[in-house]
Structures are given as C-alpha cells and as structure tokens.
Ligand binder design. Structure first.
Ligand code: FEO
Length: 169
C-alpha cells in the first residue's frame, strides 16, 4: 500500500500527463489550422504518448491497491504566434514535467519507497528523451526560420512520425 502523500502525488502526476496530452492536442489543432499537417501529426502522436504516460500512473496506482482519482483538466492555450513559439513552449513544458518527475523521485526517496522509485526511473529516462526530442525540433524550426520552403520540408519530416505503444519500446 502506498503512503497517502505518494498516492496523492501520483494521482496529481496522472492529471499532469493528461493535461500534457490536452496541450499537445491543442497544438495539433493549431498546426492543422496553419496548414502544417506534418507538425499536426507530430503533436497528435505526442498527445497519444502523454495519454500512455498517464496510463502508466493509472496502472501503477491500481497495481499497488491505491485509488485512481481523476481531477479537472484545465483548458489549454489555443493559439501560438508561430511554430517557433509553439516549440519553445513544448521544450519549456517538458522541462517543467522533468521537474515534477524529479520531485516525485525525491518524495519516494524521502519515504524509502523503493518500488515507486524504481517505477519512476522509466520516467526519468523518458524525460531525457522528451527534452532531447523537443529541443531537436526547436533547433530545426529555428533553422527553417519563417521561410515557407524550410517549414514545408520540416512539415514533411514531422509527417513521418508514428506512434509506438509503450509495450513496443
Ligand atoms: Fe509525459 Fe512529455 O512527458
């Protein structure tokens, strides 16, 4: 059985992962409205990944005999000034999520909850990938600049992204 504080914190992180999915789905809608369907595809898949992250927390809570408690997911931002601003937001958001995961690890260590610490290590590694991926695309968007041709080529590249369910990883 999990400590009450840990149960509450894992439920909060479940909510944050679902919010991340909601934010990226809002970005998908923004890019699709901007006639950049490849960027939209990348964001749709990012949203699917976030839902799968949320389900990891859901499944872990169930596995530990703890209660999953869903809470309100706030309305995400709807518009961004440019693809560059949107990807700056993605990168900042992922850095913020890394901070939340690190706080959870700190709590697990404080509570001597080795099982939860072990569970969280998947997310520690995942956040390294999330930040690398976001900053990599941010750099490409900077290089593409505002030029139509550069953004078009990047859009073609981002259209190739496919979703890999966690079991495939
Ligand atoms: Fe679930 Fe993008 O971190």
């Amino acid at each position: 059985m999990l400590d009450d504080k840990m149960q509450e914190s894992l439920n909060y992180q479940l909510n944050r992962e679902l919010y991340s999915g909601y934010l990226y789905l809002a970005m998908a809608a923004y890019f699709e409205d901007q006639d950049l369907p490849g960027f939209g595809n990348w964001m749709r898949i990012q949203a699917q990944e976030e839902l799968s992250h949320g389900m990891r927390f859901y499944d872990y809570l169930v596995q530990r005999g703890s209660r999953v408690l869903l809470s309100e997911i706030e309305t995400p931002q709807k518009e961004w000034d440019s693809p560059l601003v949107a990807f700056e937001h993605v990168y900042e958001h992922e850095q913020m999520v890394t901070g939340l995961i690190n706080d959870l690890v700190d709590l697990a260590i404080e509570l001597k909850d080795h099982a939860t610490n072990n569970f969280l290590q998947w997310f520690v590694a995942e956040q390294v990938e999330e930040e690398e991926s976001a900053s990599g695309i941010l750099q490409k968007v900077k290089i593409a600049g505002e030029s139509g041709r550069g953004l078009y080529m990047l859009d073609q590249e981002l259209a190739q992204r496919v979703f890999h369910p966690p079991a495939d990883e």
